[in-house]
Design a binder for this molecule. Sequence first.
Ligand code: AP5
Length: 210
Amino acid sequence: MKAVFLGPPGAGKGTVAAKAKDYYKVPHISTGDLFRYNIKNETELGKQVKEILASGGLVPDNITIEMVRRRIAEPDCKNGFILDGFPRTIPQAEALAEMTELDHVLNLAISTEEVVERLSGRRMCPSTGRIYHIKFNPPKVDGVDDETGEALIQRDDDKEEAIKHRLDVYNAQTEPLIDYYRKKGLIREVKTDNSKKPEEVFELVVKALA
Ligand code: AP5
């Protein structure tokens, strides 16, 4: 299965993809996670993109496209992949169309108010990237990862100013992709909100992709 997960920041793309990768037995490729990995390991790419991520802006298309091109050429992607956070601009979508043919584009729709509540309460395990929420999906022990026991962190771009900027960038550059993919007959829509548990959202996603 070759799928793209679209949706505003905080829609739950990463949370759903973490379940979907086991269910569909394909890798979960998050461009945000790839950038954060490079920042943490202080690679050349990490140094280039660190400030961009912290501010909530987009990494230039050429850098992002090349990174994805290399990643989906790896052997574990031969039966498909879930792309989370890519494409985010029309030029990225056009580049992806030249690389491969997609089966589904999932659009996770959610209101702006709920996105802000989700992002401001999100916490993350620094080494595994496992995602929590202080209210909706808390760890078993306050402030630490369930499996590694590490102290959870808040992402730099989950601070108020960066959240606002990310939403503006999403509306201007990424939302047009919904129409782009609708015209190609690839959009599968799932509406989500904070009353639906991640397991319920995942069930809706499986139905939408069936
Ligand atoms: P990225 O990491 O992709 O960030 P994002 O798209 O803003 O998405 P998020 O990771 O914030 O949210 P999500 O939808 O995965 O939600 P989650 O599951 O965590 O990108 C970061 C940055 O990298 C970008 O800003 C940009 O700089 C750069 N970048 C990445 N890709 C790029 C590209 N293609 N081009 C250029 N630049 C790029 O859930 C959010 C919270 O809600 C969590 O706390 C979770 O526990 C909670 N939650 C999840 N589901 C539920 C539920 N059902 N009910 C209640 N709470 C829930």
